[in-house]
Design a protein around this ligand. Structure first.
Ligand SMILES: Cc1ncc(C[n+]2csc(CCOP(=O)(O)OP(=O)(O)O)c2C)c(N)n1
Ligand SMILES: [Mg+2]
Length: 589
């Protein structure tokens, strides 16, 4: 288990006042019992018992989670989210009362939508005003921090919330929190910790082991239903697979490759994970539109929004099957995508069974049809890739760097540095990145799964902590970079020996806001008067200079020829232990 600093058992123990064990120590031990490796935290007067417990237990030689101090809370939650994505192991976040909870901000939305199992714990201002009680109110702010419903801040976003009422509950409450967070579909949970409870002296607290409170997992689903799907897949003339997160596990990725290859299924991704090898001939890019319109069978795997129904509609006679941990999206209030079959299952298991059933149904006729389709799809794949490459190369000799060229260079870079993991918050540049980056291995690309910006920097930190053996590259819009509290995130990366390579797509604007404005009002005042309100980030801050403030390395790149060398220089720095901010100046949006 990771411990940040050297425990003190080999030195003289400090002459600390010996105190009986308080329940805050049970909190730390309960986290350890649940296998928590990192506690991403930002403190307050409410968390001091836990800070003392961490210090005490570490100095007494007990294993404790690694503490990662995040100087802004949203970094903490994004990091725990990234860590979970990279490992499947839920981590813990600890924040200060109502205000620290509020600073988690949009990362709560991302953890919810991205199905990240995380225990978020927050202090709760002391209940009492009785000086005989340990932990009672003793400072001005203790009155201000109390809200009628602190949990109400998070209740839209979490699967479960609870206030620890008695110190004796600590073990079972923490076990319950992790059980719910990790049960399918996973998600964040919230626990408040009143200070008097944390500071109550306790004897031994029962700590249930994780194996006594296992999460509920979905398996492959109903075998009869899967046989029916297999039959429909074999009969289909124009099938398509749409996926967003099937590659969240290696089994899901391998299962999709197996089924797609068996039937020559075109796969269209929305890349929140690497779901299918980009260079595979059956990979058909990232635009569902043309396939959705013509398909007689649409197999939607692990996707919240498979296509945009106001832009493209499936055929009325199409069979549409959704296999997902939550196929009808119970937490999305309005969701009315037409479905023939909704299958609640873990796609990784379901795909294996489906492939077995399909194998039993293949006749010579069917095989012939499949081979014809495979040939057509291979041609289509090659043409699309060639067109994207031509677009990128056409930009090589331009004076300014286009997003396509930057995406292409990142793709070239990745060929040499194939051990890199990519975190994606590149917004309107994402298709340029996804198209050129041949992330052919599972668990090599991570997106938030939600829409709250500022996730990438914290997530990259968490992923690097989880996978210290792999270089981590964040591709991020300039706006999103700022939303991510770069000072807090890069500082934490530096001091925790978790360096990341940050590539800022500096187009000087919120293009994701500007482009739809232009398309909704093509002849409007904004366009005609070249006066865009609230979209331009100009004059652009010197993002590269910000790196030096925390001992990281910054470089500004504005010459197309320099993009690839700068990426390699950046990687060299990262491999030697320093984070890097590459501020790449793009054509202005
Ligand atoms: C927390 C948060 N605030 C605001 C938005 C609305 N929003 C969506 S995209 C965007 C602009 C993103 O800019 P940038 O990261 O530079 O990427 P670009 O659009 O330029 O590609 C904004 C402000 C959001 N999604 N999340
Ligand atoms: Mg931008």
């Amino acid at each position: 288990m990771a411990t940040k600093s050297q425990p003190a058992h080999d030195k003289e123990l400090p002459s600390a006042e010996p105190r009986p064990a308080e329940s805050a120590e049970a909190y730390v031990r309960a986290l350890m019992a649940q296998g928590v490796e990192c506690l991403f935290m930002n403190p307050g007067t409410d968390t001091i018992p836990i800070q003392e417990a961490l210090s005490k237990l570490e100095q007494l030689g007990e294993p404790v989670p690694r503490t990662v101090l995040c100087l802004f809370e949203l970094v903490a939650l994004a990091a725990a989210h990234g860590y979970f994505q990279a490992t499947g192991r839920p981590q813990a976040v600890l924040v200060h009362v109502d205000v620290g909870t509020q600073n988690l901000g949009g990362m709560l939305h991302n953890a919810q939508r991205g199905r990240a199992a995380v225990l978020i714990s927050a202090g709760r201002t002391p209940y009492t005003t009785d000086s005989r009680l340990r932990g009672t109110r003793d400072t001005y702010i203790h009155w201000l921090q109390e809200q009628f419903d602190q949990h109400g801040i998070v209740r839209n976003f979490v699967k479960w919330d609870y206030e620890l009422r008695r110190p004796e509950q600590m073990g079972e409450v923490i076990a319950r929190a992790f059980q719910i967070a990790a049960s399918d579909p996973p998600g964040p949970v919230y626990l408040t910790l009143p200070r008097e409870v944390l500071m109550t002296e306790v004897g031994d607290v029962r700590l249930p082991m994780p194996e006594q409170a296992p999460p509920a997992r979905l398996g492959a689903g109903d075998p009869d239903g899967l046989r029916d799907i297999a039959r429909r897949l074999v009969q289909s003339e124009h099938p398509v697979v749409l996926t967003s997160t099937t590659g969240r596990t290696r089994e899901g990725f391998d299962g999709l490759v197996r089924l797609a290859e068996l039937l020559a299924l075109p796969v269209v991704e929305r890349r929140e994970r690497t779901n299918f090898p980009t260079s595979h001939p059956l990979h058909q890019g990232f635009q569902p539109g043309p396939f959705v319109e013509t398909a007689d069978l649409i197999l939607v795997l692990d996707s919240d929004v498979p296509y945009i129904p106001t832009q493209v509609m499936p055929r009325t006679d199409a069979t549409i099957i959704q296999i997902d941990l939550d196929p009808v999206k119970e937490r999305i209030p309005l969701w009315s995508f037409p479905l023939t079959l909704a299958v609640r299952a873990d796609s990784a298991s379901a795909l294996g069974l489906l492939a077995d059933y399909v194998g039993e149904l293949l006749t010579d006729d069917v095989r012939q049809r499949i081979e014809t389709r495979r040939a057509e799809l291979t041609t289509r794949h090659n043409e699309r890739r060639a067109a994207r490459k031509a677009t990128a190369l056409a930009a090589r000799d331009a004076r300014t760097i286009t997003a396509e060229w930057l995406g292409y260079c990142i793709g070239q870079f990745q060929r040499d540095a194939s051990d890199c993991l990519f975190v994606d918050e590149s917004l309107t540049s994402h298709v340029a990145v996804w198209n050129h980056l041949d992330t052919d291995e599972p668990e090599t690309m991570f997106g938030s799964g939600g829409s709250s910006l500022g996730w990438g920097l914290g997530a990259a930190l968490g992923i690097k902590l989880a996978r210290p053996d792999r270089p981590v590259v964040l591709v991020v819009g300039d706006g999103s970079f700022i939303f991510g509290e770069p000072l807090a995130a890069l500082w934490a990366s530096q001091i925790n020996q978790a360096p990341v390579l940050v590539v800022v797509f500096n187009n000087g604007c919120y293009n994701a806001n500007k482009a739809p404005l232009i398309s909704a009002y093509p002849q409007g005042y904004s366009v005609q008067g070249r006066h865009f309100v609230g979209t331009d980030l100009l004059p652009a801050p010197r993002y590269d200079l910000l790196a030096a403030v925390v001992g990281a390395v910054g470089e500004r790149v504005d010459n197309p020829d320099q993009v690839l060398p700068a990426l390699h220089r950046g990687l060299d720095q990262v491999r030697s232990g320093r984070s890097v901010v590459l501020d790449v100046i793009l054509v202005r949006g």
